[in-house]
Ligand binder design. Structure first.
Ligand code: C2E
Ligand code: MG
Ligand code: MG
Length: 500
C-alpha cells in the first residue's frame, strides 16, 4: 500500500467516469521511480493495477541521453547538442551568431606536456568558459566539439560592439594564468563568428563559415575574433586583385629579395642570411610576402616565382663570395606547393649551376606542413637534397606537428624556433618553456637550433641562458636589399670580434 500513489482514488474515479479502459503514468516514492499501469475490468467494476520499479532503467536512459549530447571530458554539451540547438533556432527564425573558439597553439601543450596534462588544461579552460554564461545560460551556452575547439551560440548578437565585448570577456576570463603542475600557463582564443540568417542557411553552412573566419584569425597569429563576412569580403577582393597582378610580377621585374642576417652568438659573426621576397607593387608599394605568398600558393604562381627566387638568391650569394666577403649560407624559403613540385630538385640544381654557387652555401627552409603531407615522399626528396650537399632547416618549428619521431626520420640540419614563441617568451612562461624544450630537443638530436624573431636584449639573454647558439631578428638587423646587405657584410668583415 505504501507504494501506491496518493492521488490513486481520484484518478480511478476519473477513469471510471470517462469510460476509459487504461491509464499509465510514473511517480516517485522516496528514491524509487514507479511505473503504474491500470486496467478497468468491465465485468467486476474493479481494476487491475501493476506497479514496476523503473528507477534503474530511467537512470540508464537519462545517462545515455546525457552522454549522447555531452562531452565526456568536460561535461559540456557536445557538437550534436550544438547542432540541435542551432537547428532549432533557425527553425524558429531567430537571429543570432555561431561562434567557434579555438585555443591558440594548444598542440604545443600536447607535444610538450602530453595528453593527460593537456586534458586537465582543457577541463580548466572549459570551466572558465562556462563562467561566461554562469549568469544567464539562455543568452549563450558553451559547447565542446573536440580537441581544443569550443563553440557558443549567442542568440542576440546584433550590434557589432556586442560581439567585440564577448571576445573581450573571453580574453578577460583567460587573463589569469592556469597553474598546472605548479607552473603557470596562459591561453588565448581565436574566434570565428557566423551570424544567422545572413551568413548561412543551415547548421553545416554556418559552421563551415565560422570556421573560415576562425582560420583567418589563426593565419594572423591568433588571439582575436573575426566575422565571416569580414574575413570573406576582404579576402576575396584581395585575392582577385593579387592573383591578376602576381602573374605579371615576375615578367615586369617587380619582385626583389631582401636579406636578413643570422648570427652565431659565440663568435658574434654573421653565418648566414635568409632571403625574403618582397613585391614592389606599382600602385600599393612594397607588399609583404605574408599577403601574397599564400595566394601564390593557392594559384600555383609560386612555382614560377620560386624559380626566380632560387636563381636570384644563389646568384647574389655567389657575387658576395666573388667580392671576397666571407662565405655565408643563403637560406631560401620553400613553400608546401613548391616542395611538392617534382621539378623542385631540378630547379635547385639549375640555380646552383648557373650561379656557380657550391651546394653547401645553400639551405632550404621547409615547414612541417610541407613535409608531413606525404612523409615518405618528403624523406626521399630531403635525402636527395642532402646527397647534393644542400643544407635543410625546419622553419616555424613548434607551430605544426612537431613530431619527434618524424624529426628523427627527416635528414634536416637545423630547427628554426617559430617567432610566435620567441615574441612572448618574456611574459608568458608557457612560451619560454616551449622555446627551451625546442632548444634542448634540437641539440639532443644533434641539430642546430636558430631562434627567429628576436627583437629585444631580454629575449636574447633568455635564449642564451637556454643554450641557444644562433639567432635571427630585428635585434641584429631587419631584412634589407642586396646592396645594403653587402655593405653590412663588408663592415662586418672589418670588425675583428664581437658584433653588436
Ligand atoms: P619566415 O620564413 O618564418 O620568415 C621570417 C619572417 O619574420 C619574415 O617576414 C621576417 O621579416 C620576419 N622577421 C624577422 N625578424 C623579425 C623580428 O625580429 N620581429 C618580427 N616581428 N618579425 C621578424 P616576412 O619577410 O614578412 O616573410 C613572411 C613569411 O613569408 C616567411 O616566414 C615565409 O614563410 C614567407 N616567405 C618570405 N619570403 C619567401 C620566399 O622567398 N619564398 C617563399 N616560398 N616564402 C617566403
Ligand atoms: Mg623562413
Ligand atoms: Mg619562420
Amino acid at each position: 500500500m505504501a507504494l501506491l500513489p496518493n492521488d490513486l482514488t481520484v484518478r480511478l474515479e476519473k477513469l471510471r467516469q470517462s469510460q476509459g479502459a487504461n491509464l499509465r503514468w510514473e511517480y516517485r516514492v522516496g528514491a524509487w521511480l514507479i511505473d503504474i499501469s491500470v486496467h478497468r475490468l468491465e465485468e467486476s467494476a474493479g481494476f487491475h493495477i501493476y506497479l514496476s520499479d523503473v528507477t534503474e532503467r530511467r537512470e540508464a536512459e537519462a545517462q545515455l541521453e546525457f552522454q549522447a549530447f555531452h562531452d565526456a571530458l568536460t561535461n559540456l554539451p557536445n557538437r550534436r547538442a550544438f547542432e540541435k540547438t542551432v537547428a532549432m533556432a533557425l527553425e524558429e527564425r531567430r537571429t543570432g551568431a555561431v561562434l567557434l573558439l579555438s585555443v591558440d597553439r594548444f598542440q604545443a601543450v600536447v607535444d610538450t606536456l602530453g595528453y593527460a596534462v593537456a586534458d586537465r588544461v582543457l577541463c580548466d579552460i572549459a570551466d572558465r568558459l562556462a563562467l561566461l554564461t554562469a549568469g544567464d545560460p539562455s543568452t549563450c551556452c558553451i559547447h565542446r566539439f573536440d580537441g581544443e575547439l569550443f563553440s557558443a551560440l549567442v542568440p542576440q548578437f546584433d550590434a557589432p560592439n556586442e560581439f567585440a565585448s564577448f571576445a573581450s570577456r573571453v580574453a578577460g576570463e583567460m587573463a589569469a594564468p592556469f597553474v598546472i603542475h605548479g607552473r603557470e600557463m596562459f591561453f588565448s582564443f581565436s574566434i570565428g563568428v557566423a551570424h544567422f540568417p545572413q551568413d548561412g542557411a543551415d547548421v553545416s553552412e554556418l559552421l563551415r563559415n565560422a570556421d573560415t573566419a576562425l582560420q583567418s584569425v589563426k593565419r594572423r597569429g591568433g588571439r582575436g575574433a573575426v566575422r565571416y563576412i569580414e574575413a570573406m569580403s576582404t579576402r576575396a577582393l584581395e585575392r582577385l586583385e593579387v592573383e591578376h597582378a602576381l602573374r605579371r610580377a615576375v615578367e615586369r621585374d617587380e619582385l626583389e629579395l631582401h636579406y636578413q642576417p643570422q648570427l652565431d652568438l659565440a663568435s658574434g659573426r654573421i653565418v648566414g642570411v635568409e632571403a625574403l621576397v618582397r613585391w614592389r607593387h606599382p600602385m600599393k608599394g612594397m607588399v609583404s610576402p605574408a599577403d601574397f605568398i599564400p595566394i601564390a600558393e593557392e594559384t600555383g604562381a609560386i612555382i614560377e616565382i620560386g624559380i626566380w627566387i632560387l636563381a636570384t638568391a644563389c646568384a647574389e650569394n655567389r657575387r658576395w663570395q666573388e667580392a671576397g666577403l666571407p662565405p655565408l649560407v643563403m637560406a631560401v624559403n620553400i613553400s608546401p606547393r613548391q616542395f611538392a613540385d617534382p621539378q623542385l630538385p631540378q630547379t635547385v640544381l639549375q640555380a646552383l649551376e648557373s650561379s656557380g654557387l657550391a651546394p653547401q652555401w645553400l639551405e632550404l627552409e621547409i615547414t612541417e606542413g610541407a613535409a608531413m603531407h606525404d612523409v615518405d615522399a618528403a624523406i626521399t626528396v630531403l635525402h636527395a637534397f642532402k646527397a647534393i650537399g644542400i643544407g635543410l632547416s625546419m622553419d616555424d618549428f613548434g607551430t605544426g606537428y612537431s613530431s619527434l619521431s618524424y624529426l628523427k626520420r627527416f635528414p634536416i640540419d637545423r630547427l628554426k624556433v617559430d617567432q610566435s614563441f620567441v615574441r612572448h617568451m618574456i611574459d608568458e612562461p608557457t612560451d619560454a618553456a616551449i622555446v627551451r624544450s625546442i632548444i634542448v630537443l634540437g641539440h639532443s638530436l644533434d641539430l642546430g637550433v636558430i631562434a627567429e624573431g628576436v627583437e629585444t636584449q631580454a629575449q636574447l639573454s633568455l635564449l642564451t641562458k637556454f643554450g641557444c647558439k644562433q639567432v635571427q631578428g630585428y635585434v641584429f638587423g631587419r631584412p634589407r636589399p642586396a646592396a645594403e646587405m653587402r655593405a653590412l657584410l663588408q663592415e662586418h668583415l672589418a670588425r675583428p670580434t664581437h658584433a653588436s
